[in-house]
Design a protein around this ligand. Structure first.
Ligand code: GUN
Ligand code: ZN
Length: 457
């Protein structure tokens, strides 16, 4: 059976950083997908309806359809510390974050945290994420299990450290390798899950631990690598002291062959030109985490320099230093950070949408499947609906241009506007009055707020 979702539709099949006309918009648009959730066509509603007159049409009044969001950096154990104020990175880690992460030694805490974390992710419209995991192998196993049940596309891995900060979280390099290898065999490329080798950051790893990470990364094909880089001046100073042989922060990872096309480094706020050139040559990607960079006072991302040097980047929420799971909110923070930088890149809503969707899909080597609504990709999408009486609704009523409307969405649409989320066409989150996936429910159960229209059949 073919399903059509109808609504105002935005996506960025091309990059607006290189193509001014990259924003695709349909005032009354539609996506048609097949039983496997594969997109057949995306166009104006009338054009799609003409091709598939017998398809089942799902339409919610005032619906806005966006591709599922891609979060390239978010910490599973940090849900509970969002909003921990008054601290910069190292004291924030020492006093608030790592003690919270240590609670995941308890399986019951890990289970509840994993479920809640995934629920918040999808409730904010995120369908794909690179998730910074837990220091505890069992808690990491629990996350993978819960992620499998959620239907979301999750890449994640055990976090490893063997010095500094909180000793409770340390493992020896041998333990870290063995535990990572066991998790890799169990979860890498199983359904929508993949594994990322994840040292916390050089500051909390010895040479031996980074070497073990390199070995783990070579244990299987197509593994990912993620960590933190150049976030905060104090952190960078300590890394320089701990690695006297290294000419800069990036080299602490390069030495152990950890920098490549499947490497995603969070932050990179205070980066030298030389490091940027090497990141570009390696094809590595940056998870730009603008709300976190502001919240911890880390600094303003040098976006123009990344663009000039050809270093790829996409958005990350970095919960719990980030202020929410919403990549719409991250888009707004990214915009503001660039306005505040003297050399800031003036961003528009098309760039924000690209950074929240297609850029992340590219970073995670999933752009053949997700990131926009091109035919052949998977119907991963967010259905937004401005709440009755909301500021968003009032602003949208007064604006007809796609740029103004999408700008308002990035500025005002948050969790309360996320009505439904689908992965491969299947509903994975819904606040509509009755949960309704036509294929799951045999087409039964009309809801007042969700109209199904069937013609010709
Ligand atoms: N650097 C090392 N660990 C962390 C973390 O949990 N959050 C952030 N923002 N930076 C880090
Ligand atoms: Zn982080």
């Amino acid at each position: 059976m073919i399903t059509i979702l109808r609504g105002e539709l935005f996506h960025t099949p091309r990059s607006p950083f290189s193509d001014a006309g990259a924003l695709a918009w349909f005032d009354d648009g539609a996506v048609a997908f097949d039983d496997n959730g594969g997109i057949l066509t995306t166009d104006s509603y009338l054009a799609v309806r003409r091709i598939y007159p017998d398809a089942e049409v799902h339409q919610v009044p005032d619906a806005i359809l966006l591709p599922g969001m891609v979060d390239t950096h978010v910490h599973y154990p940090q849900l509970g510390i969002i909003g921990a104020m008054g601290l910069r990175l190292l004291e924030w880690l020492q006093t608030r974050t790592l003690p919270e992460e240590a609670r995941l030694a308890d399986d019951t805490v890990a289970r509840e945290t994993a479920r809640s974390f995934l629920r918040q992710l999808v409730a904010n419209g995120t369908t794909t994420a690179l998730v910074f995991g837990s220091h505890f192998p069992r808690a990491q196993d629990i996350l993978f299990n819960a992620a499998q049940d959620s239907g979301l596309r999750i890449t994640s891995g055990l976090v490893v450290s063997d010095r500094e900060l909180l000793p409770e979280l340390h493992r020896t390099p041998e333990q870290a390798y063995d535990a990572s290898e066991a998790l890799i065999s169990r979860w890498h490329e199983r359904g929508r899950l993949r594994y990322a080798v994840t040292p916390r950051f050089s500051l909390s790893c010895t040479d031996g631990m980074l070497e073990a990470c390199g070995a783990a990364l070579r244990a299987r094909e197509r593994l990912f690598f993620t960590t933190h880089l150049n976030e905060n001046p104090d952190e960078i100073r300590v890394v320089a002291e701990l690695f006297p042989w290294s000419r800069d922060y990036l080299q602490t990872y390069e030495r152990f062959s950890l920098v490549g096309e499947r490497s995603i480094f969070a932050h990179n706020v205070h980066v030298s030109d030389d490091e940027l050139s090497r990141l570009a040559t390696a094809g590595a990607c940056i998870a730009h985490c603008p709300s976190s960079n502001s919240f911890l006072g880390s600094g303003l991302f040098a976006m123009r320099r990344h663009l000039e040097r050809g270093v790829r980047f996409a958005l990350g929420s970095d919960v719990g230093a980030g202020t929410s799971f919403s990549l719409l909110s991250e888009g707004q923070f990214a915009y503001i950070a660039q306005m505040l930088r003297p050399d800031g890149r003036r961003l528009g809503p098309a760039e924000l949408l690209y950074l929240a969707t297609a850029a992340g899909a590219r970073a995670l080597e999933l752009s053949d499947q997700v990131g926009d609504f091109a035919p052949g990709k998977s119907a991963d999408l967010v259905l937004l609906r401005p709440p009755a009486g909301s500021t968003l609704r009032a602003v949208l009523q007064r604006n007809t241009s796609p740029e103004a409307r999408l700008g308002a969405i990035f500025t005002l649409a948050r969790e309360a506007s996320v009505c439904e989320v689908r992965v491969a066409g299947r509903v994975v989150h819904s606040t509509l009055e009755a949960h309704h996936d036509a294929r799951d429910r045999g087409g039964a159960g009309e809801t007042p707020r969700y109209r199904r229209e069937r013609r010709g059949a």
